[in-house]
Design a protein around this ligand. Structure first.
Ligand SMILES: Cc1ncc(COP(=O)(O)O)c(C=O)c1O
Length: 418
């Protein structure tokens, strides 16, 4: 087939950094404080202000943020957490770190997000009511204690429906917002704790600042919470369990003290001031980054819309706005002569870097050994996976290159039609 590749390779999701990041990092190095310290505290305050939260907790990764959220809520052995199979391993690992049981419920194929209807069905049909209103899973005797939806690709999960379920069954709600910095549910930014209905149980939102994310600190994560006490608990657990975690970095200052108490079995999930330097510089550019992602998403949408019988395009659910962390294109395989893997090979030959988000959790060998979800048991997530290709959206890519890639991709799809 005679398509000419792009003049240069278009990487899938490179970060965009500039002289501002270099200057902030140099400032940190000169400050003499490299681990979690004053700059991390500033980052926590600035991020909280951006999200509309009273406070936030910056930690070493999104995985750490998810783990701390569950640990701070007291999720433990004998308890279960409902989540989605269409996610990165961290979401489910965090549950298992706490020796709790992950319950995988299938996705809504329109968005790729955990399906609230199926979640309700699971609680109604597979569980009986326990003493504190919490559902007990009939087969295992495990008490379901939390919901853990993922805002897949930046498309917000149906939070109204999940909060209603949380209220009905006395469940906590942890949002995996690794992709959703800058996403809106109604008029609320994801991570704004005022989204929670007044009488609902507690909620936490976990972000990731991994190198490919909307705001990149290399590695990094952040939590907001509906209750200051829960965030305070997570803060203690993030710093070995030391009771006055916020003062740790001040202990070498002239007024500091060597005395500390380890009040809990915590973890070492420190954010560092080098990460904070990157984060502060990136936060100033976040509106620009989000606008650039949307602009790139629109290029893909415009180029591929005429092919709507051959592909399924991502859609923002009514009343929501995506941060466009991902552009999950799905191939209508019945109408194409090619499967997803072969299509990716062709895109690579055209110099277009893509990825697949995600290999369903229950396909991984560890979870095949440790969970009771055989292949075939979560059909929507499995079908979604077999059709999905995540296309490049990074603001680091010149718009003209994305435009060229979009039209090349369209020609490739057309050439593969049955
Ligand atoms: C949906 C989802 N959750 C959690 C994480 C974990 O974040 P991190 O890589 O910062 O640990 C990722 C990571 O990429 C992710 O995609």
């Amino acid at each position: 087939m005679g398509l000419a590749p792009l003049p240069e390779f278009l990487p899938f999701a490179p970060p965009l950094t500039g002289p501002e990041e270099v200057a902030e990092i140099a400032d940190t190095l000169k400050s003499g404080w490299l681990t979690k310290g004053p700059k991390s505290e500033r980052f926590e305050k600035d991020l909280a202000a951006y999200l509309g939260a009273p406070d936030s907790l910056a930690v070493s990764s999104g995985t750490a943020a998810l783990h701390l959220a569950l640990a701070a809520l007291g999720v433990t052995e004998g308890q279960g957490v409902i989540t989605t199979p269409l996610t990165f391993a961290s979401t489910v690992h965090a549950i298992v770190y706490q020796r709790a049981t992950p319950f995988l419920v299938d996705i809504d194929p329109l968005t790729g997000n955990l399906d609230p209807q199926l979640t309700g069905d699971f609680l109604k049909n597979k569980c009986r009511k326990g003493p504190n209103g919490r559902p007990i899973h009939k087969l295992t005797g495990v008490t379901v204690s939390a919901l853990l939806p993922v805002h897949y690709g930046g498309l917000p999960a149906d939070l109204k429906a999940f909060w209603e379920i949380a209220e009905t069954y006395n469940l906590n709600l942890v949002e995996d917002a690794a992709h959703a910095l800058g996403s809106y549910y109604g008029s609320y930014l994801i991570g704004d704790p005022s989204l929670r209905p007044p009488k609902a149980p507690f909620g936490l939102t976990a972000f990731s600042f991994y190198a490919t994310k909307n705001l990149a600190t290399g590695e990094g994560g952040l939590l907001t919470a509906t209750e200051p006490e829960i965030l305070a608990k997570a803060r203690v657990l993030s710093a070995y369990g030391i009771s006055d975690a916020r003062k740790i970095w001040g202990r070498y200052a002239p007024q500091g003290t060597w005395v500390y108490d380890v009040a809990d079995l915590g973890f070492k999930y420190n954010f560092t001031d080098i990460q904070a330097a990157l984060g502060l510089a990136q936060l100033k550019k976040l509106p620009e980054f989000l606008a650039a992602r949307k602009e790139r998403a629109n290029v893909w949408l415009e180029a591929l819309r005429p092919l709507e019988d051959l592909v399924i395009l991502p859609q923002e659910p009514k009343g929501t706005r995506s941060s466009w962390h991902l552009f999950p294109l799905r191939l209508n395989l019945d109408r194409l002569k090619i499967d997803r893997d072969a299509f990716i090979t062709r895109l690579k030959e055209l110099n277009i870097g893509v990825s697949v988000m995600f290999i369903p959790i229950h396909f991984h060998s560890y979870y095949q050994r440790s969970l009771l979800y055989p292949v075939g048991s979560l059909p929507q997530a499995e079908k979604f996976f077999s059709e999905e290709i995540s296309l490049p959206l990074s603001p680091a890519a010149p718009l003209a290159l994305i435009q060229e890639a979009a039209y090349l991709t369209r020609s490739l799809i057309e050439s593969c039609a049955r």
